[in-house]
Write a protein that binds this ligand. Structure first.
Ligand SMILES: Cc1cc2nc3c(=O)[nH]c(=O)nc-3n(C[C@H](O)[C@H](O)[C@H](O)COP(=O)(O)OP(=O)(O)OC[C@H]3O[C@@H](n4cnc5c(N)ncnc54)[C@H](O)[C@@H]3O)c2cc1C
Length: 400
């Protein structure tokens, strides 16, 4: 029997174990430091687990060499990953933008079928087992975790990255790979909230809107994204903000511009004029009643310099034009991005040039493989990171 050790019982490690175990001549041992496998999975997609995206392709990924993802995504495209899950018993639904979720609406369903998939005679799962050292031993490996030790002919590193620390994100995988001669790029948090000047966001805390968000530096638009924006105590969160966070990391003098209404300024002005006539006696700062949530309407008015004391009929055309401008350009100075604690994914990781993009085998250490977030691959928001975790885990588990 060939002995295969997998370090990390997260998304990619579980997929690798199930795939590797398809060959009955292999004995698989999956080592997980936490008390149970797949802990992070339960928290994904706000508890719904956005498990893949039908539009996944290399352009959705980042790292020193995004093309590195191409052979793995070609071998395990989203549809084949979904067949893998259907084979485990999972039913799924596809929503806007190709995002796929379990039909149950619960991330737990994804974890449940994976756990059942791991129940095979040639798979042993060891939890509460933190691997602290990996050594070459003859043509194989010897692995230690406290006072336990394991021997393997082949070894798959599936330790994930350092994002989502509360859910188990740690630096271990990088250190274990380094001890075998591998190097990594710089690491930084991605898909994470942005901190802004807090005055407006704090007053709007909890409000969710759909907006086009532009990240601006000086007169230059660095990036833009459309989607959910959630106001928080410290700034902005939501899918559109997550998408921009990678461009904000390490940058200075940034502004987030929210375009809350995509109609032309003149159309907005005409609508505001009609509101001024219709609701002439209404408090001026309630003029956006019915257009946005009341708190947001009042904040937009405040941003445009319109207070609550006077009646709507006193608003001048110039004030309405300023308000129309604010509805298309609500600007907040960015003071930074949140750290690994709040990030969904680690940007950077093990250098992909040191791994074969077809097999995910190490070019430095024969018999060693790596998969998932540990590698220098991070995806856009929308199911792309789990797609990479499954696809690369399944590919590594083939042990080519
Ligand atoms: C809050 C949150 C929500 C997210 N939502 C989504 C989403 O909806 N869609 C999406 O595509 N992506 C989402 N992601 C990202 C996605 O969860 C990760 O990219 C994915 O889980 C990476 O899989 P992985 O197997 O590489 O790492 P992980 O799933 O992190 O698994 C790594 C495992 O290795 C274990 N480990 C680490 N070191 C050791 C050691 N020394 N010994 C033994 N075990 C070890 C860890 O405990 C962990 O269980 C989300 C992330 C977070 C934090």
């Amino acid at each position: 029997m060939e002995k295969v050790l997998i370090i990390g019982g997260g998304a990619s490690g579980m997929a690798a174990a199930i795939r590797a175990a398809e060959d009955p001549a292999r004995r698989i041992t999956l080592l997980e430091r936490q008390a149970r496998v797949g802990r992070k999975l339960s928290a994904t997609g706000n508890g719904r687990c956005n498990l893949t995206n039908l539009e996944a392709e290399p352009r959705c990924y980042h790292g020193e060499d995004p093309a590195f993802t191409a052979p793995v995504l070609a071998a395990w495209p989203p549809r084949r990953v979904l067949e893998f899950f259907a084979g485990l018993g999972l039913k799924t639904v596809t929503e806007y933008g190709g995002r796929v979720f379990p039909m149950s609406g619960h991330a737990g369903s994804v974890l449940d079928v994976l756990r059942l998939g791991l129940e095979k005679p040639n798979i042993t799962v060891v939890t509460g087992c933190t691997v602290d050292a990996v050594r070459r031993s003859g043509a194989g490996f010897s692995v230690s975790a406290g006072d336990q030790s394991f021997a393997a002919d082949r070894l798959i590193l599936a330790c994930g990255g350092c994002a989502g620390a509360k859910l188990g994100g740690v630096m271990d995988g990088y250190a274990l790979a380094a001890s075998l001669g591998h190097s990594r790029t710089g690491l930084y948090p991605a898909l994470t909230p942005m901190r802004t000047e807090p005055d407006y966001p704090r007053a709007l805390k909890g409000i969710r809107v759909n907006a086009l968000v532009r990240l601006i530096q000086g007169n230059r638009i660095l990036a833009e994204a459309e989607g959910d924006v959630i106001f928080t105590d410290t700034g902005l969160s939501g899918t559109a903000v997550f998408a921009l966070s990678r461009f904000a990391a390490g940058q200075r003098d940034l502004t987030a511009e929210l375009c809350l209404f995509d109609e032309p300024g003149e159309t907005l002005f005409a609508d505001l004029s009609a509101r001024r006539s219709r609701w002439s006696k209404l408090e001026a700062n309630r003029i956006l009643t019915g257009a946005v949530q009341p708190r947001l309407g009042q904040m937009l008015c405040r941003y445009a310099g319109i207070g609550g004391g006077a009646a709507a009929e006193t608003l001048t055309d110039a004030q309405l034009r300023t308000l129309a401008g604010a509805m298309r350009s609500f600007r907040l100075p960015v003071t930074g991005v949140s750290g690994f604690e709040a990030a969904q994914v680690t940007a950077g990781g093990l250098r992909t040039s040191e791994f074969d993009p077809v097999t995910l085998g190490s070019r430095i250490v024969p018999g060693l493989y790596a998969c998932g977030e540990l590698l220098d691959v991070d995806g856009d928001c929308g199911g792309f990171n789990l797609q990479w975790a499954w696809a690369s885990g399944l590919r590594a588990g083939e042990l080519r």
